[in-house]
Design a protein around this ligand. Structure first.
Ligand code: HXC
Ligand code: NAP
Length: 297
């Protein structure tokens, strides 16, 4: 097998045992992209999976496709995460079907690239509301339920690395993801006494139609040289993110709480370190530099 046809280790499912038997997991935005990939993996690990987003038709197609791929049926529920009543309905319908909710992945998001001064206030609202309000709506509704019913659940929030660095041209998303990160760290401490764990994943670029069409049109991707910004020289593979999510939601991570795990091939640190962009210097140039620097001592 050559490297092209060989499945690399990180592209493979990490857990072989069905670690999520009898566990019910809700994934917001689970009909597409990374949410779909997590849904697929969790189904194979024995979970009851509920995928919730605005477009029921998209969700139902995904349920059918995942059934073909895994032999297990997920449950599709229409829900706009900005609407608290709809969020509560998803929780109630999940409990009615599966008896309980054990875990939540706050994955739904809205985003697009634009200079901030071009945005209307509604454009800012829409992104902030999906990302931040959507996350705190689900977190609050499910947290209240878990505390009242003494369930010890686990939450996972999908943020991005610019949640702490900020980023030009995606300011609404940056503000909202920063809020989600603060929510993660705050509630991880406050609700630990109820046995609730809350963590986050900060992915770098993982190709999805949703992100690529809205953030990396040709004019942007040609300027950014995306892969060159990533020290490991490649994009993320969906399975490696699903592996990390499964670990963080599993009992193997029972002592991991309030953590944000970056999975970006070193991208954000590359942008941050003062001398990180010196790879272009040749050996001769380094010889000259050494001579000059030593000459100073
Ligand atoms: C400027 C824009 C705009 C754009 C929409 N608007 N697109 N303004 N530039 N490109 C404005 C509209 O004019 C309107 O304001 C307001 O935003 C709402 O737009 P609608 O089209 O009515 O909203 P809606 O149909 O509800 O769609 C929501 C959406 C859309 C967020 C705009 O993109 C969406 O459905 N996204 C969901 C999926 C998604 O975004 N996935 C990517 C996640 S990737 P006015 O004032 O005119 O009414 C991600 C990765 C981050 O987060 C990190 C990568 C490395
Ligand atoms: P995606 O496929 O576009 O997923 C976003 C999902 O959110 C869609 O399924 C969408 O479904 C749902 N959604 C949007 N608005 C909603 C609302 N109001 N209520 C309920 N659901 C809503 O994009 P993705 O790349 O997989 O992104 C998934 C997550 O990873 C996001 O949190 C994103 O910020 C994060 N992330 C992605 C990358 C990347 O490189 N892909 C990098 C860093 C972080 P509907 O349209 O049906 O509502």
């Amino acid at each position: 097998m050559n490297e092209k046809t060989m499945m690399l280790q990180y592209q493979k499912p990490m857990f072989e045992n069905k670690i999520f038997i009898d566990k019910t997991i809700i994934i917001t935005g689970g009909g597409t992209g990374l949410g779909r990939s997590m849904a697929k993996y969790f189904l194979t690990l024995g979970a009851n999976v509920v995928i919730a987003s605005r477009k029921l038709e998209v969700l139902e197609n995904t349920v059918n496709e995942l059934y073909q791929e895994t032999g297990v049926k997920a449950l599709a529920l229409a829900c706009d995460v900005r609407n608290y009543k709809e969020v509560e309905d998803v929780i109630h319908q999940t409990i009615a079907k599966y008896g309980a909710v054990d875990a939540l992945v706050n994955n739904a998001a809205g985003n697009f690239i634009s200079p901030t001064e071009r945005l209307s206030h509604k454009a800012i609202d829409i992104v902030v509301d999906i990302v931040l309000k959507g996350t705190y709506n689900f977190t609050l509704a499910l947290g209240k339920h878990w505390i009242d019913s003494k369930n010890k659940g686990c939450m996972l929030n999908i943020v991005t690395t610019y949640a702490w660095t900020g980023s030009s041209f995606v300011v609404p998303s940056s503000m909202a993801k920063a809020g989600v990160l603060a929510l993660t760290r705050s509630l991880a401490v406050e609700w630990a006494k109820y046995g609730i764990r809350i963590n986050a994943i900060a992915p770098g670029p993982f190709p999805t139609e949703g992100a690529w069409t809205r953030l990396f049109p040709e004019e942007v991707s040609s300027k950014l040289n995306l892969k060159e910004r990533i020290p490991l020289g490649r994009f993320g593979h969906h399975q490696e993110l699903a592996n990390l999510a499964a670990y963080l939601l599993s009992d193997f991570a029972a002592y991991v709480n309030g953590e944000v795990v970056t999975i970006d091939g070193g991208e954000w640190l590359n942008g941050a370190g003062e001398f990180n962009h010196l790879n272009e210097l040749s050996s001769e140039e380094w010889d000259n530099i050494e001579k000059k620097v030593r000459g100073k001592s």
